[in-house]
Design a binder for this molecule. Structure first.
Ligand code: PLP
Length: 283
């Protein structure tokens, strides 16, 4: 993703080619901070308030203080204005990333900024053609989040090195993405996505208390699907249920719905018409 717009939380537009962080910023040296990635499509910031609410929850989990949501809303607006002024059109999706770092070591002052970038070609391809996926265990039981809050499971922290390593592990084995499983055999999430499973006219996604990030895209899909008559449930999904499902998807803000067409090297069936229907529901 090539950053084309950079705006600090005070609303200042910066040159994205000029480095922003000090060498001791804790985002850089410890991955100590939180972030959000939003999609602007057809002139609308999708799920903006859900993303901001999650930013607040993540910041609280890391004891980073209360994010100033009005400042973040204004900052997003400046990113959009700047994107438009450098030629990004309404017709082209814009990815806005919000980053809140603990800031420079010893200062107690957070560093906060937002960026604007086009959607990657990989994301566009995977929206259209789906993904091959490996199931990889995360190593935790599905009940660890409450017992070990210091793991920050369910917060969207900047510490994504493990998530990226899982994706590289999959890529080295010819797969596009990953479904993480718990030590006790349940589906958790992808490294950057929520898992949704269809069985007949029911959609299921694993509960957040299994130590996963509640997805804004999944929530938007379930709202629309419920209205359209789907039975939408947040409940445990066993890892060995995926092969028999009528469809499995990875959901995330930028890629939206990526259909899982191959699981651990074996083609996965998707019931006829369901992918198109769910994609249309997400809008
Ligand atoms: N789970 C993880 C670990 C993620 O990083 C993401 C998004 O990046 C998601 C789920 C999906 O969340 P959303 O739909 O809000 O983008």
């Amino acid at each position: 993703m090539t950053v084309q717009v950079l705006v600090t939380l005070d609303g200042t537009v910066r040159d994205p080619e000029v480095p922003l962080l000090a060498a001791d910023d804790l985002a850089a040296v410890r991955g100590d901070g939180v972030f959000e990635t939003l999609l602007v499509r057809d002139g609308v910031v999708r799920e903006q308030e859900a993303h901001l609410a999650r930013l607040v929850r993540s910041a609280r989990a890391l004891e980073l203080g209360e994010p100033d949501l009005d400042a973040w809303r204004a900052c997003i607006a400046v990113v959009r204005e700047r994107w438009a002024s450098i030629g990004g059109g309404r017709e082209e999706d814009l990815v806005v990333r919000l980053v809140l770092s603990r800031g420079r070591e010893g200062t107690g002052t957070t560093t906060a900024w937002a960026t604007g970038s086009p959607v990657s070609e990989t994301a566009v391809h995977q929206r259209a053609h789906g993904v091959s996926v490996l199931r990889l265990e995360r190593g935790f039981a599905s009940d660890v989040a409450e017992r070990a809050p210091w793991l920050l499971l369910g917060a969207k922290t900047l510490s994504y090195a493990v998530n990226m390593a899982a994706l590289r592990h999959a890529a080295e084995r010819g797969a596009d993405d990953v479904v993480h499983t718990s030590a006790d055999g349940f589906v958790l999430e992808g490294p950057t996505s929520t898992v949704v499973v269809a069985t007949g006219r029911a959609l299921r996604t694993p509960p957040a208390d299994t130590g996963i990030l509640p997805g804004t895209t999944q929530q938007a899909l379930f709202r629309a699907a419920t209205v359209a008559g789907w039975d939408c449930r947040v409940e445990p999904v066993r890892a060995d249920e995926l092969e028999a499902a009528d469809g499995v998807w990875l959901l995330s803000s930028v890629r939206l719905l990526a259909r899982v067409h191959t699981l651990d090297g074996t083609p996965l069936h998707t019931a006829s018409g369901v992918h198109g229907e769910l994609t249309a529901l997400l809008g």
